[in-house]
Design a protein around this ligand. Structure first.
Ligand SMILES: *[C@@H]1O[C@H](CO)[C@@H](O)[C@H](O)[C@H]1NC(C)=O
Ligand SMILES: *[C@@H]1O[C@H](CO)[C@@H](O)[C@H](O)[C@H]1NC(C)=O
Ligand SMILES: *[C@@H]1O[C@H](CO)[C@@H](O)[C@H](O)[C@H]1NC(C)=O
Ligand SMILES: *[C@@H]1O[C@H](CO)[C@@H](O)[C@H](O)[C@H]1NC(C)=O
Length: 437
């Protein structure tokens, strides 16, 4: 019965987005349900003899990387690793993975925050000499990778069990309001530093601007904020399946509610096994490539097949349905504001019909924005619009490659040359000018 309903919903959409959207949506729905009812297979990360795994990678990575957890991935490539936890004021426990510097040289630690449905592994996927976390560690920065609540690494709570519905009643508002301050205070306490540098990708920037506007005292704990594809204005989302999803998520919500599904694309132990069967490495048009391209913008030349496969072992890493709803509200209203519970409930909660807007004028931390023309999720015009809402004008970097897409910020063959090297030289420059001051 459930699949009938889903099928009808998808057919009735009849949009120009076409079959791929339907396919993506059915996989999303099925995966969410699958995880809910725990359809799990024994997952195996071993390379099987039948696999087409010798196509070679542009990066120094291996297919098995997709089956490793963040700390194991870091250890595998010869870096020291520490696991930490920070507890927010509402009881959610956030996992922090640290790559401590071999010889401490910089006063300011680095905090890296992943995007929606992603995890700390995003900053490691393309391996040493390329992934941002390793590049920073190579230059002796103290690197901290956060995992936001609800993803596979951060499901702890002082009181709630993550299998209870109450646990999943959060959006990115709570991540910015509780998780980030807890993570920042913890890191500053551990390191004795006064400030840290923040690098966020996509939702990792949304949560930053929630924090910096609603807890303005945290601005002074930020030496610099690097926003990779900032997700604050979403009016012009170009990706057909994502547009469809944002438009229909309220209908999907009823379906999810009826079945008690609160998680959106949770990480499952069998997802890597499945994607390795469905998405052979030697087929550049495999279904993973197509779905990802339709979602983030196509850039086949700069996409490494092995990295793409490794990605499917890490992401989707889980989120709450409410996170997605909040983005849909953001896209629909065009207003960066708290979750909309409907007029009656808003009045109870916020003493106003409308949810309160985040006060971007309160953001005083210095910001550098990187954005891209071919980003099908965060349109460059929306980024420019957002940048004008900040009182302190941010430094703007439009990535020079016009094919650069949303995901390329974490895994393109030219992510290092287009984005990371600029961040590294910018950090060095700032440090030098601070020494002189
Ligand atoms: C990283 O690059 C340097 C020089 O560019 C090279 O010597 C080193 O072997 C590379 N490391 C890896 C793991 O590829
Ligand atoms: C959470 O609930 C599940 C199932 O209800 C149970 O198996 C698990 O032990 C609980 N976890 C904790 C930490 O209480
Ligand atoms: C509004 O509040 C009522 C009662 O608490 C609840 O049943 C309903 O689901 C809420 N609506 C929304 C959109 O959260
Ligand atoms: C927004 O923040 C600015 C700067 O802190 C402050 O002057 C202004 O009153 C705030 N606006 C609202 C509506 O809170």
């Amino acid at each position: 019965m459930a699949s009938d309903t889903i099928e009808r919903m998808i057919v009735s959409c009849g949009s120009s987005a076409g079959q791929l959207t339907a396919l993506l949506l059915s996989s999303i729905v099925l995966l969410s349900f699958g995880a809910k009812f725990q359809i799990t297979e024994a997952a195996s990360s071993r390379q099987r003899p039948g696999d087409v795994n010798d196509v070679g990678s542009y990066f120094a990575i291996e297919v098995e990387d997709g089956a490793l957890r963040t700390p194991d991935l870091i250890t595998k490539y010869g870096y020291p690793v520490e696991s930490h936890e920070a507890t927010g004021a509402d009881g959610y426990i956030i996992s922090l993975t640290r790559i401590p510097p071999k010889k401490p040289r910089h006063r300011t630690p680095m905090l890296l925050v992943h995007g929606l449905l992603a995890s700390s592994a995003d900053f490691l996927i393309i391996g040493p000499n390329n992934s941002l976390a390793y590049l920073l560690a190579d230059r002796d920065y103290d690197v901290w990778l956060a995992d936001m609540r609800g993803n596979r690494y951060s499901q702890g709570h002082t009181r709630l069990n993550s299998s209870s519905p109450e646990y999943w009643d959060f959006s990115w508002h709570e991540m910015g309001y509780y998780d980030l301050p807890a993570a920042i205070d913890y890191i500053l306490r551990q390191t004795g530093a006064r400030q840290l540098n923040y690098i966020g990708h996509s939702q990792g920037t949304t949560v930053f601007f929630v924090m910096a506007s609603s807890r303005p005292e945290y601005n002074e704990k930020i030496a610099h904020m690097y926003a990779l594809s900032p997700a604050v204005c979403l009016k012009r989302v170009r990706s057909p399946p994502v547009r469809w999803l944002l438009q229909h998520v309220f209908a999907l919500k009823d379906l999810f509610d009826a079945f008690g599904v609160q998680q959106f694309l949770p990480h499952t132990s069998s997802q890597y096994e499945m994607s390795r069967i469905l998405c052979p490495l030697n087929d550049p048009n495999n279904i993973c490539m197509q779905v990802v391209s339709m979602t983030v913008g196509p850039n086949p030349d700069m996409t490494d097949m092995t990295a793409m496969q490794v990605l499917t072992g890490h992401d989707p890493a889980g989120a709450s349905v409410k996170q997605l709803l909040h983005y849909a509200q953001l896209q629909r209203s065009g207003k960066f504001r708290q979750f909309d519970y409907g007029r009656r409930n808003n009045t109870e909660r916020y003493s106003h019909w409308n949810p309160p807007a985040y006060n971007l004028s309160a953001v005083t931390a210095p910001v550098t924005i990187f954005y891209a023309v071919n980003d099908w999720l965060i349109d460059p015009r929306d980024v420019v619009r957002f940048s004008r809402l900040l009182t302190k004008p941010p430094t703007m970097h439009l990535v020079e490659d016009e094919n650069f897409n949303h995901l390329d910020f974490t895994m393109a063959k030219n992510a290092r040359s287009m984005v990371y090297e600029r961040i590294l030289s910018d950090l060095e420059q700032r440090e030098r000018s601070n020494l002189i001051l």
